[in-house]
Design a protein around this ligand. Sequence first.
Ligand code: AMP
Ligand code: ZN
Length: 113
Amino acid sequence: MSCLFCRIIAGEIPATKVFEDDELIAFNDINPQAPMHVLIVPRQHVATLNDLESGHDSLVGSMIRRAAAIASERGFADSGYRTVFNCNAAAGQTVFHVHLHVLGGRTLTWPPG
Ligand code: AMP
Ligand code: ZN
């Protein structure tokens, strides 16, 4: 198995998990870009946003709602936080297993680089 996030899901590579259920896991990013930097990852391997199909709609909804729940637990619901899906090279995607970044705890600038 070559996919890094599939290996984390399988327990072959350690990660600091902050949530898991039957369809998702969430863990701290190893190179955090903000005081909160969590990755929300479906257990199912889907390489990029371009590969999502209508059958994934519920899963993607769960990812986004989990991001909101984690941000709320950390006290960022009202002050604000950012969610990001990078898709392919120009956006900086480096791990080709769909994941949602959840960033908070500092003022995030716009536009992003
Ligand atoms: P992206 O650039 O959108 O594909 O995001 C991939 C993210 O995975 C980056 O923010 C990396 O810091 C993060 N990452 C890479 N390896 C690990 C790891 N072993 N554990 C946790 N996060 C990782
Ligand atoms: Zn994978």
